[in-house]
Write a protein that binds this ligand. Structure first.
Ligand SMILES: [Zn+2]
Length: 134
């Protein structure tokens, strides 16, 4: 069903467009209350320095989550899961970590072959905390 978008099994899975040694995170850090090392938006990822393979893989997993939810769907769900976690744990860091999008990315970032075999909407298997169907 999603083939028209992108979803054929590709020999080389799509990755976002990485901009390393970028000034953008530095500029945004003047505006934001935190120091930004790297920032991702849609198909682009900007980083102050070099991104290692694991971080690139993590961001590429998020990129695939966004592709299958037409970007806007992932952004909305991402915020909703974060708010749900915030209500449950009352802790921003925990709320971020329990999001199914982050749990899929963190669980598989060291597997550099992951995106070659990842099924569409695989993040759905990470919705229940103790129920990983990987
Ligand atoms: Zn992440």
């Amino acid at each position: 069903m999603y083939n028209f978008l992108y979803y054929k099994q590709e020999a080389t899975p799509r990755t976002p467009w990485f901009f390393e040694n970028s000034k953008l995170p530095i500029i945004l850090s003047y505006l934001a209350p935190i120091d930004i090392w790297a920032i991702s938006f849609g198909p682009w990822v900007w980083c102050r320095g070099k991104l290692d393979k694991v971080t690139k893989n993590h961001e590429a997993i998020h990129y695939h989550q966004q592709l299958e939810l037409l970007f806007i769907g992932q952004w909305i769900l991402y915020v909703l899961y974060w708010l749900k976690g915030l209500i449950t744990y009352r802790n921003g860091e925990k709320a971020y970590r329990q999001s199914p999008f982050e749990r899929e990315a963190y669980s598989n970032e060291y597997n550099l072959e992951y995106l070659k075999t990842r099924k569409a909407f695989a993040w759905r298997n990470y919705r229940e905390i103790n129920n990983n169907k990987t």
